[in-house]
Ligand binder design. Structure first.
Ligand SMILES: [Mg+2]
Length: 187
């Protein structure tokens, strides 16, 4: 299968890294328990322009200092040996280099990497069979066109209902089970 994999809050803990640097920039002290929005910057009351400026200052450090989620690296290694893996992230191109270095440092192998906001079009164009992502909006977009998504559980995506195209996973062992089930349905 061709599997597309998001990075932030799917493969790695983006919430902790963002909070660390956003707290530093703002003098506030939010914790992961405060995060209930996919767009973390909204907690701080910033508008898009303020967020852009702070993200551009701290983005490199945020991305470099993020930790992989439990078992993400091990399971991705297994999947890489059996499937085509495309990393598809909405991070801006400015952070392409640090993203590639981070993947290398954590020994995450992949066949292709794309930094793009329109993941649905990218997945259609590159014939992706399933996307693994935490973004509630992606799950909804993909389900509308009958494309499967494994939705990596985060506090802000609990309202997305699992259905024939949205599979919920609260850890990477569950991600692997969904992939195995999808694979067995294809044969
Ligand atoms: Mg994400």
């Amino acid at each position: 299968m061709h599997i597309a994999v998001d990075l932030d809050n799917t493969v790695l803990d983006a919430t902790s890294a963002h909070l660390h640097y956003y707290n530093m920039a703002s003098g506030l002290s939010f914790t992961p328990d405060d995060v209930n929005d996919f767009f973390i910057y909204r907690l701080y009351g910033w508008d898009q322009a303020e967020r852009e400026s702070i993200y551009h200052t701290y983005g490199h450090d945020i991305h470099w200092n993020s930790s992989p989620l439990p078992m993400a690296v091990e399971i991705l290694q297994q999947l890489f040996s059996q499937h085509q893996i495309s990393i598809i992230t909405a991070r801006p191109l400015l952070f392409r280099e640090v993203t590639i270095e981070w993947l290398k440092c954590h020994k995450i192998n992949y066949h292709n990497i794309v930094l793009i906001e329109n993941k649905l079009q990218q997945c259609i164009d590159s014939k992706v069979d399933v996307l693994i992502d935490d973004g509630p909006h992606y799950a909804e977009e993909f389900a509308l066109v009958n494309k499967p998504v494994i939705l990596y559980e985060q506090p802000y995506n609990r309202s997305v209902v699992a259905n024939d195209f949205v599979y919920r996973a609260s850890n990477w062992m569950e991600v692997k089970q969904h992939i195995d089930n999808l694979e067995s349905k294809r044969i």
